[in-house]
Design a protein around this ligand. Sequence first.
Ligand code: AMP
Length: 186
Amino acid sequence: MSEVAVSAEIDDALRARLAAHVRDVPNFPSPGVLFKDITPLLADARALRDCVDALAAPWRGAGLDAICGIEARGFIFGAALARALDVGFVPLRKAGKLPAATRGVEYLLEYGSARLEAHADALTSGARVLIVDDVLATGGTLAAGFELVQSLDAEVAGAAVVIELAFLAGRARWPADVPLQALLRY
Ligand code: AMP
C-alpha cells in the first residue's frame, strides 16, 4: 500500500498554488503556535477544487467504503472528498456532540486530554475507511481517529491531510504500513 503515498505526490506548481492560499497566523490560538489557516484556500474556487482533486486522486478505484472526517476542519475536506469519491461521510466528533450511542477514544493534548467519538453504528464491519483532517501536527488526533475507526471494526485504508507540520514528527504516531498522504509539508 505504500505506493499510494508515492502516487499522492503533487507537482511543484500545484503545491505552490495551494501553499499560496494557506495563511500563517502567529501566536494563535496560544503564544508560540504558528496557525495554518486554510480559510483562504476554501474561499478560492480553483484552489479548493484542486485541493480536493489532489486528495482524491490516489484513492480513485481504491475500494473505499467511507470517509471519516475529524472535527472540525476535517469535516470540510472530508465531505468534499466523500462526494468526489462517491462514498459516504462519517464525522469523528469531539466529546458529547453526537446524539445516538457512541464509541470514543481519549487522547493527550499538549495540555490536558480530549476525546474523539463516532456513532457506534456509523461503519459496517470491515468497511475500508480513509481518515481526513486539515493539519497533521503532533499526530495525536489522527492516531485517535485510527484507534476509533478500528474500534468500530472497520479497516483504516489510510489518512489524508492538506498540511503536515513535519517538524512536529506527527507521522511517527501513525502506523508506518498505512498510507498517510499530505499535500503540503512544512
Ligand atoms: P495534532 O493532534 O497535534 O496532530 O493536531 C492536529 C489537530 O489540531 C488538527 O485537527 C488541526 O486542525 C489542529 N492543529 C494543530 N496544530 C495546528 C496548526 N499549527 N495550525 C492549524 N491547525 C492545527
